[in-house]
Design a protein around this ligand. Sequence first.
Ligand code: GLU
Length: 445
Amino acid sequence: MTKVRFAPSPTGKLHVGNVRTAIFNYLFARKAGGTFVLRIDDTDVERSTQAFEDGIRADLTWLGISWDETFKQSERFDRYAAAAEKLKAKGLLYPCYETGDELDRKRRLQMANGRPPVYDRAALALSEAEKAAFEAEGRKPHWRFKLSGNPVEWDDMVRGHVSIETSSLSDPILIREDGSYLYTLPSVVDDIEADITHIIRGEDHTTNSGAQIEIFEALGGTPPLFGHQALLVGADGGKLSKRTGSLGIADLRDVDGLEPMAIMSLLARIGTSDPVDAFADVDGILEGFDLGKLSRSPARFDDEELKRVNAKLLHGMPYAVAKPRLVELGADKGEAVWEAVRPNLETLADVKAWAALIDGPVTPVIEDADYAAAAAEHLPDGELTGDSWSAWTNALKDATGRKGKMLFMPLRQMLTGEERGPEMAVLLPLIGREKILKRLAGEAA
Ligand code: GLU
């Protein structure tokens, strides 16, 4: 049974970078008919807040990502303590008394001597008397996990064969002086106890995975399969732009007015061998979804591409899907108006501006009063329909000799006050004869 988890720390907002990990995990679970767990990594009680946690849950829900199970690490400290005891009993978790300054000094010395700044394991050699002396000084130990020094290898779902030389790593600190846990140990304990089968996360965790696989084994667990996706970069291959990097999902929703499925569609597809497309629902994305299609090089995230996907999504959105959102925006003008303005939308809220061209009042732009009079005179009789525009412009062409832009543009300006907008043939019956005649007469209507 496939079981995956997304494990954000509630010390900040969801943004395009970390939400991509959530999307991959969610899609992976859906595709396999498995379970998706939302784990809140709040062992850092100082920096974790309920507001960030609530925001993360709200943003995921808005994106359409639902979880089958959820729990918080702060409720499980007793489990982590039990695991720590188990590691201590095996001699794999050892107390260290160096201060931050002392560690810094060691690192600088190693580098000055051309050696890598790997922790020298001096603490392993401390006698009981030396430890007691440190304690008497008031020092509290931090605790390091003793790596094997052997290479750790696995077949990564994204990166293929990976080998981490643990001999070139510092033994990772699992518990700080104040007794708080870094993310490394709790994560493994939870992954074992929740029966997680696959860990899908960013490439920045690859080295951690080497150490964590050894912790899995030390605790008697079986390491899950791993997939480390390449991180996002900006459109030019450089760092994500400052705006995008710091922009939360909530900002994309509230400030940029984007559709959740536009964000999902783009983030699920960039950096894969499949083209980016606008998917109306998750089922569409799932069809071709396969972590094996992810490239090992960074995925380029482009704001402008996100806007294009958003527009494309709106252009294909049926009225029934748009309606509840339009009602919420106070912009529901019925199906005919939706159909008329939909091809011109960049964001859903644009409906308001385009619908205002129909509802008015519009201040007409009339540059040639004679042409306006001719236009009023030749407006087809009877009910205006989708064919009226061509009948009208044909008649005007014969009557005035105008053609092309000279024929069409003034009509658009007189009827809408704008130089561009939805198709005139579609707008005409929606504006209606009464308002058309008023606007042609120069009245704001
Ligand atoms: N809380 C960790 C993070 O956000 C979880 C990493 C993981 O997926 O194991 O980096």
